[in-house]
Design a protein around this ligand. Structure first.
Ligand SMILES: O=C(O)CCC(=O)C(=O)O
Ligand SMILES: [Fe+2]
Length: 478
């Protein structure tokens, strides 16, 4: 007969409790991701019915030319198309013209005027809940739409190849496309994000609308999209850039928290209340589902005291989180956890002293690697799920805990603090992955490696959200 150790059995049961709470948290996240998808869908398939007759008028050539897109004749479309430039597209912050790439005609804002008022018509109110979901604990963000350009598809330009819209500014979160009710066939918009694709057939949407209507699609800026071939007639669209702005009218406590978000919050609180969960503290980590622009490195500033540490290039991401990513941040803030975007580098075996995996609070540069300026954590064992899978779905089996060893920021060190460093190196931090790390926000570090010949090597890192969990009984867990 096997002898059972009652205290070990009890510990196992309690550990199951942590596993259970983690599972509830992941399930709540699954629902949130699904919700994100549904909202995007909803936004796509909604036909706008309240446009005034003037909304379909477009003027160009200093106002001397005019077209009413509700009942224009072929000659008018030909004139509009003739006034367009061949559309360019963004590559590395520059607009590039490639005849083989995009085949749509466009007019920049300076060349045309539209009478459509997206605010007064209620269009922004209609898209805001979808785009702003999860933003700000108290509904303290709102959307501002800036008209960007006009696109014309038809003879001689018929398609717009797959692309992501170039972010125009640090607070740009997405785009709004409005499609006019002109006679045409084809021209469906196909969208793809996180392995899910869907098609918005504006012709079909407008066909079922009663009375005058405009079709529209609002999506996050990391959604890949393309306009299929316009087979006949002319398709005309306006694009707006959508920016996140502070809502000065927000009233604390006024936000109605959606049920799935409440469930996520409750499951996070239950997890934190369990003293067996990250007993000594650590990170609860979350693989980002959306892609975010990372600003270029700032100029290094030298002051009398030495190098000035610039703000982290990852900082702006936190203010621009989208969908489920924003929801995690909002919930963790409400619960009282400090949340940061950090980059986990897979350094291979190349960079001595740093260990195989490095967790950084900023995008590292060569100087950082050479001098160990930045705050880094070196990991003892291989990180689970590291950079091998670009999936953004919640993972059911990511239970592995990894240990990190923290080094202090070297720039803050003086000789007295040097001894403190050695102590800090022994300090381990546990990381619990709620969802698999993704390659959606991948950064590359180039550095000079000295082997039998000096060579330029690269290491890659992936940004993820890290929620700082205090030890059981400490801080918000007291
Ligand atoms: O015309 C459309 O439906 C899409 C236009 C677009 O993607 C763009 O202008 O970037
Ligand atoms: Fe686009």
């Amino acid at each position: 007969m096997s002898r059972r150790n009652p205290s070990r059995a009890k510990a196992n049961v309690e550990k199951l409790g942590v596993a259970h709470h983690m599972q509830v948290l992941r399930d709540a996240l699954d629902v949130i991701s699904h919700l994100t998808f549904l909202l995007r869908h909803f936004t796509c398939f909604f036909a706008f019915r309240h446009c005034s007759p003037k909304s379909t008028c477009v003027f160009w050539d200093g106002g001397t030319c005019r077209i009413d897109l509700r009942n224009a004749k072929k000659a008018e479309f030909v004139a509009l198309a003739a006034a367009c430039d061949q559309a360019t597209f963004g590559v590395a912050q520059k607009d590039v013209l490639d005849e083989t790439y995009r085949k749509a005609g466009k007019m920049d804002l300076a060349q045309f005027a539209s009478r459509l008022d997206v605010v007064a018509s209620g269009l922004i109110d209609a898209i805001a809940p979808g785009i702003l979901q999860g933003q700000g604990a108290e509904g303290d963000k709102t959307l501002r739409a800036e008209l960007y350009k006009l696109n014309v598809y038809g003879e001689p330009w018929r398609i717009f190849q797959s692309h992501k819209d170039t972010p125009r500014g640090e607070t740009m979160i997405g785009s709004l496309v409005v499609i006019f009710p002109t006679a045409h066939t084809g021209g469906a918009l196909t969208l793809e994000h996180g392995g899910t694709t869907w098609t918005f057939d504006s012709v079909a949407a407008l066909a079922v609308a009663e009375g005058p209507a405009l079709a529209y699609v609002a999506s996050y800026s990391d959604v890949l999209h393309a306009v299929e071939k316009v087979k006949s007639g002319y398709r005309v669209s306006l694009t707006y850039n959508l920016f996140l702005v502070d809502n000065t009218m927000a009233i604390a406590g006024n936000r109605i928290i959606p049920a799935p978000e409440k469930k996520l919050e409750d499951s996070l609180r239950a997890l934190l209340a369990d003293p067996l969960f990250l007993t000594k503290g650590g990170f609860l980590a979350y693989g980002l589902a959306h892609q975010y622009p990372i600003p270029p490195p700032p100029e290094v500033q030298y002051t009398q005291g030495g190098r000035q540490v610039p703000p982290s290039r990852l900082g702006p991401i936190l203010k621009l989180l989208k969908g489920g990513d924003a929801r995690i941040h909002t919930v963790s803030e409400r619960v009282g956890l400090v949340t940061r975007v950090k980059v986990l580098y897979d350094t291979g075996e190349h960079i001595r002293k740093m260990g195989k995996d490095v967790l950084a609070d900023d995008v590292l540069n060569t100087e950082a690697i050479n001098t160990e300026y930045d705050m880094v954590c070196t990991k003892r064992s291989r990180v689970w799920g590291s950079s091998s899978n670009a999936e953004t779905r919640a993972c059911k089996s990511c239970r592995r805990r990894v240990h990190l060893t923290i080094l202090p920021t070297m720039i803050q060190m003086n000789s007295r603090q040097g001894s403190a460093t050695k102590k800090a190196v022994k300090h381990k931090v546990a990381v619990e992955w709620v969802t698999r790390i993704t390659e959606t926000n991948r950064v590359r570090l180039q550095y000079l490696a000295y082997g039998n010949e000096a060579s330029i090597e690269h290491v890659y890192g992936n940004a993820a959200l890290f929620l700082e969990v205090p030890a059981a009984g400490k801080g918000i867990r007291a």
